[in-house]
Design a protein around this ligand. Structure first.
Ligand SMILES: [Mg+2]
Length: 276
């Protein structure tokens, strides 16, 4: 055949898929980081905040296992216990993690400024709101209720326990599409504060926005961030933008409050026939 033909979606955005911690609530993504530190402390191998945050975004059991494989942690584990961290150790720490995380989650559930404005602006435009998270069912339910109390009620929630493979796999995003009954993938935008969360959106074939300041890459509460000297803010901002851009995010902005211009730009690109 001399010619081939292809279809192009030129319609509007139909769904916005938002992560939870570090994206819509818990500025700095503090809640999980704090509990990973406690769990490893209990196992006799204290870890640093940086080690605790490295695999952020993954299913929480996978996260605990990934920490155990960081060279520095593995070495200290062997020094302490005389052997490599094993599956049974990960299982035990995960069993510790779940109730500890559920117990303190609500202390970190304040909505990130701008969340309600973005969600309401999207709903006005007919854009459905879905969510994905590395949290498990009970934790997600706590987040959902705390969000509802503050006026944020997404149309759909999918957590790591609902799919066979969490991030960076695309399945939570795709499950949202099924539950929300939206298509095609080009009409969906994924927003996240972690590298595996950005990869999740890209793997699903969606437009993907990375959040640099409100999440895991800076890892500070809003008060801590605001108290930082300008020069330090700029250094941390530059690092976080680089991380998101290297992960392949189509756009990177500071926080969810800066999202609407990205959505306008995506719709303009869709109208011209561009794909993610
Ligand atoms: Mg997050």
């Amino acid at each position: 055949m001399t010619f081939s033909y292809h279809r192009t979606y030129r319609g509007p955005i139909k769904a916005l898929l938002l992560d939870w911690a570090g994206t819509t609530m818990d500025f700095g993504c503090m809640a999980p980081a704090v509990v990973f530190i406690k769990v490893y402390e209990k196992a006799g191998v204290p870890i640093t905040m940086e080690e605790a945050r490295q695999p952020m975004g993954a299913h929480k059991r996978v996260h605990i296992q990934k920490i155990s494989k960081i060279d520095s942690v593995r070495q200290r584990w062997i020094e302490k216990h005389g052997k490599e961290p094993a599956e049974a150790d990960v299982d035990r720490m995960f069993a510790d993690f779940v109730p500890m995380q559920e117990a303190c989650l609500s202390e970190y559930s304040e909505l990130i400024p701008g969340t309600l404005d973005v969600v309401n602006a999207c709903k006005d435009r007919g854009i459905k709101i879905g969510t994905t998270t590395g949290y498990l069912t009970g934790m997600t339910e706590i987040n959902r209720k705390d969000a509802e109390r503050q006026g944020y009620s997404p149309d759909c929630t999918v957590c790591a326990a609902d799919v066979s493979e969490g991030r960076p796999g695309p399945f939570m995003c795709l499950q949202n599409m099924i539950k929300l009954q939206v298509s095609p993938v080009e009409a969906c935008v994924k927003v996240d504060d972690t590298v595996p969360g950005v990869e999740e959106g890209l793997n699903a074939g969606m437009w993907t926005v990375g959040l640099a300041i409100s999440g895991n890459e800076v890892g500070l509460t809003l008060a801590e961030w605001n108290a930082l000297p300008k020069a330090e803010q700029e250094a941390k901002r530059a690092y976080a933008y680089r991380r998101m851009q290297t992960a392949g995010a189509h756009y990177t902005v500071d926080t969810i409050a800066d999202l609407m211009p990205c959505l306008d730009d995506i719709e303009a690109r869709l109208a011209k026939g561009e794909k993610p």
